[in-house]
Design a protein around this ligand. Structure first.
Ligand SMILES: Cc1cc2nc3c(=O)[nH]c(=O)nc-3n(C[C@H](O)[C@H](O)[C@H](O)COP(=O)(O)O)c2cc1C
Length: 219
């Protein structure tokens, strides 16, 4: 039988940043990976992955990503600086096929180095925002920044953006629904681990909350 003795208790209040990070990225799994492209004031393209990320609204569609200060020196990351400067970004969904390039783009390149150029990441122009899309990603969402929320003691900042355009590869989109299985998304776990989709489990939707997730789903 499960009793409270089988659990470790950790007081969440007052944790140091490194411990809190280690715990939370192990507990909140699997996380989707937003491979984000931005541009700096000279038009240089920056690409970096972020897994503290999700959709947060549907009317209009909105995404949120948490960008931390750099662990070593507390410096602002290039993506955060570009977002604050011009408010435009593209979220490219990271997949099994793009995993190595996505992972490589997390290296701390100096701001004057474009990850796209350094890693040979092929790009496509966007329609409504300046940052380009990553060609190999089957889902590219052009976004405009809506809100910037500084969290807690200021290490983390939540950037909330509106999706102003979706680009969906015809390989995974039939004109109505996105085939998430065919997309082969990659997820981040705690530590240096990723996961691919495992077994797919189907259950009919039991309720249809108005406008909520699953409202249009049929069992
Ligand atoms: C899969 C993956 C997910 C990541 N998620 C985040 C995240 O959610 N927030 C964050 O601040 N850094 C995250 N990082 C680290 C950034 O990608 C890394 O700091 C990168 O150098 C930032 O690049 P930039 O300075 O070009 O913006 C992640 C790294 C990887 C490999």
């Amino acid at each position: 039988m499960t009793t409270d003795d089988t659990f470790s208790f950790i007081d969440g209040e007052g944790l140091d940043t490194a411990t809190a990070y280690r715990l939370i990225v192990g507990c909140v799994v699997p996380r989707p990976v937003a491979w984000i492209t931005t541009v700096d004031d000279t038009g240089r393209v920056n690409a970096a992955p972020f897994s503290s990320y999700n959709y947060v609204a549907t009317s209009p569609p909105m995404l949120a990503v948490n960008i931390a200060a750099r662990a070593g020196d507390g410096a602002i990351k290039d993506t955060a600086r570009n977002l604050r400067s011009n408010g435009e970004f593209v979220v490219n969904v990271a997949t099994e096929a793009t995993m190595e390039a996505m992972h490589g783009s997390a290296q701390e390149f100096p701001p004057e180095v474009s990850e796209a150029e350094a890693l040979g990441i092929a790009l496509l122009p966007s329609r409504k925002v300046k940052p380009p899309r990553i060609a190999a990603s089957p889902v590219q969402m052009e976004c405009r920044l809506d809100q910037v929320v500084t969290l807690g003691r200021g290490v983390n900042t939540l950037f909330i953006g509106e999706v102003v355009a979706f680009h969906l590869s015809r390989d995974i989109f039939d004109g109505s629904r996105v085939d998430s299985v065919k997309m082969r998304p990659i997820a981040r776990l705690g530590g240096p681990y990723y996961a691919a989709l495992g077994e797919i489990i189907h259950r009919p939707m039991l309720q249809k909350p108005p406008g909520g997730e699953g409202s249009a789903a049929k069992g």
